[in-house]
Write a protein that binds this ligand. Structure first.
Ligand SMILES: C[S@@+](CC[C@H](N)C(=O)[O-])C[C@H]1O[C@@H](n2cnc3c(N)ncnc32)[C@H](O)[C@@H]1O
Length: 602
């Protein structure tokens, strides 16, 4: 209860009584009965005035020596003391006094309502003087505020509870054409709940119910297929997943790589700055050649420096596999899937145009831009070839180092190519890893394990899907025990997964590195580095790409897609599936799983 109510309760302050008593005496003394009505009117007005106004009139008057009073004049003067507003205020106050008179009993009964900790009788109230009114008023205001705050908190809790149940609306319960802000608010609300499930979740709802609603909202808000939204969501905590999806809505910064075959980074930066380009070294100090461009008044792909090959437009993430490959001068290197040549030209520059780089790509059209870049950047140690890379090592083997920057689904570069959100199908995530595995085995088989300087294979993708990353390198470790994973030597990056959704990978898979747009402001990327420790019978593999594909299909049938494609299953439940799929594979081949013999043998 506020001070306004308290003032209303304060009836007949002593000063007013006194004033009225004096005024009444004066009336008798004045014998001016014809002025009675004016007197009454004046009295009425004075009564309406608040106590401090009463005092104003009253103070100079000494009862003993009261002068004759002209009540008409007094009435006029006292009226003049109050402007219209004050009159109105007084009227309000008067009305409230009336209200108070009427409510007196009720209010007395309800006293406890406005003073919880301290009951106050009417007498107590009467004793209140002008000084303690303020104090009490402040105290009551404070209580009032506390009550309001409490009520507000209750309301908030209630709202939160409502929100918590609200967030689990079914599609048909959602408002038609719900705006994206509402969807986003709900997404963030669910993320909060999922991150703090035991305290925030509706106890009658399961985690999967919340996740299901969140995924539907992600699909709607960010525009992914349900399939891809779920696949990407599973990689992260709910909070990080939203950060990842958000980061994919934004382009990565424009970056260029200095071609050290032609210039130095500092010189290039100076000449571009002179042309009005705003730039700085790529943040993080992990690249000695990269520059990040903030703004440019000129087209950055058409400057004299660009045309003369002093730099190439290249995503920062694309530097990483070359740094991990660490090519040495004089080596023989294969870039298995190289078009349009961003990495080939970097490798060439790192080798200072010595040795030889075989720049291969299966797509003949793409080799045109590869050749153009090689020419523009002045790479003279490069040979372009156009094979299905699975043809290696039949075509040529014994390389010191091989880079396999594999064809992939592109889930790391959605910021650049939003089509990925809708175009990628579950089949892509089976077919592409299948190709990646074969390419990686070919790369391993084409490296010279006795290379004095190398014996290195770097595998990279611009995808964050585990099927294309950890599952592929784990497969290679199982198929080629003559390689091992080593540290990439990269200053940034997150450890790759050693287990994922119940599947276990080799412990050394953790040496590979993952990159995310939300974590490093670079494209989503994956880099793994192998060293070949010994020869294998496959090094002399003279099989063509087709023969290898045929062989791979046969192996898939025999081992079953599940077991072979996605790491090893290692618990009892999985064992059951392994046995079952092996039996099916044997049956397909006409072998009785129980006898281990072919049917026609019987
Ligand atoms: C990720 S891109 C390579 C980008 C390149 N490394 C660069 O930095 O500019 C993958 C390349 O693999 C090529 N490719 C796809 N299948 C291939 C195969 N079987 N053998 C060789 N190259 C293949 C594609 O044509 C594509 O140019």
């Amino acid at each position: 209860m506020g001070s306004r109510q308290l003032k209303n309760r304060q009836r007949d302050p002593p000063s007013l009584d006194e004033f009225q008593a004096r005024k009444s005496n004066k009336n008798k003394k004045s014998k001016r009965s014809n002025k009675e009505s004016t007197e009454e009117s004046s009295k009425h007005k004075k009564q309406k005035k608040s106590s401090h106004k009463d005092k104003e009139i009253e103070e100079p008057v000494e009862e003993e020596n009261l002068p004759e009073v002209d009540y008409d004049k007094l009435a006029k003067e006292s009226k003049a003391l109050f402007d219209d507003d004050i009159e109105e205020d007084l009227q309000d106050e008067f009305d409230l006094e009336q209200e108070y008179e009427n409510d007196e009993d009720e209010d007395n009964n309800n006293q406890i309502q406005w003073s919880d900790d301290e009951e106050m009788s009417d007498n107590d109230i009467e004793k209140l003087n002008m000084d303690n009114i303020e104090k009490l008023s402040a105290k009551l205001d404070k209580q009032d505020q506390e009550i309001q705050e409490e009520a507000e908190m209750e309301l908030q809790e209630q709202n939160l509870q409502e929100k918590i149940t609200d967030v689990l609306l079914n599609d048909d319960e959602l408002e038609e054409n719900e705006d994206l802000t509402t969807t986003r608010t709900r997404m963030l609300e669910i993320v909060k709940i999922l991150e703090n499930f035991s305290t925030l979740a509706d106890p009658t709802k399961s985690r999967s119910q919340y996740t299901e609603r969140l995924l539907k909202d992600i699909v709607k808000y960010f525009g992914y297929t349900e399939f891809l939204a779920e696949k990407l969501f599973q990689l992260f905590s709910p909070t990080e997943a939203i950060e990842f999806f958000e980061a994919n809505e934004v382009s990565r910064p424009v970056t260029i790589r200095t071609n050290t075959l032609k210039t130095k980074r500092r010189d290039l930066a100076q000449s571009l700055v002179n042309k009005g380009v705003n730039l700085q070294p790529i943040p993080g100090n992990w690249s000695k050649t990269g520059l990040q461009v903030f703004e440019s008044g000129i087209p950055i792909g058409a400057t004299p420096e660009y045309l003369s090959g002093q730099y190439i437009l290249q995503a920062a993430s694309s530097f990483l596999p070359c740094i991990a490959l660490d090519p040495q001068e004089g080596e023989r290197i294969l870039d298995m899937a190289s078009a349009p040549g961003g990495k080939t030209t970097y490798i060439s520059a790192m080798m200072k145009n010595t040795g030889v780089v075989f720049a291969n790509d299966f797509n003949a059209k793409r080799t045109k831009s590869l050749i153009a870049n090689i020419h523009r950047l002045g790479c003279t140690n490069t040979i372009v070839c156009n094979y299905d890379a699975r043809e290696f090592p039949k075509v040529i083997g014994g390389f010191d180092r091989i880079l396999l920057d594999a064809p992939c689904t592109g889930t790391g570069v959605i910021g650049k190519d939003p089509n990925v959100k809708l175009n990628r199908t579950p089949k892509d995530f089976m077919d592409i890893p299948h190709l990646q595995k074969q390419l990686l085995l070919s790369a391993i088989d084409s490296v010279d394990c006795n290379s004095k300087t190398g014996g290195v294979i770097v595998y990279s993708t611009c995808s964050v899907a585990v099927e294309e990353d950890e599952a592929v390198i784990d497969y290679a470790l199982r198929k080629r025990p003559n390689v091992k994973l080593v540290d990439t030597g990269l200053a940034i990056g997150k450890e790759a997964f050693t287990s994922y959704r119940g599947k276990k990978f080799h412990q050394s898979v953790s040496l590979a590195r993952r990159y995310y747009p939300h974590a490093y402001n670079v494209d989503g990327f994956f880099v793994a580095k192998f060293v070949k420790t010994g020869p294998s019978k496959f090094d002399d593999n003279k099989s063509s790409a087709k023969e290898k594909e045929f062989q791979a299909q046969k192996e898939l049938e025999a081992e079953s897609i599940i077991n072979d494609d996605f790491a090893e299953f290692d618990d009892e439940e999985d064992e059951h599936y392994i046995k079952k799929s092996k039996k099916e594979a044997l049956k397909k081949k006409g072998i009785n799983p129980k006898s281990g013999k072919k049917k026609e043998d019987k």
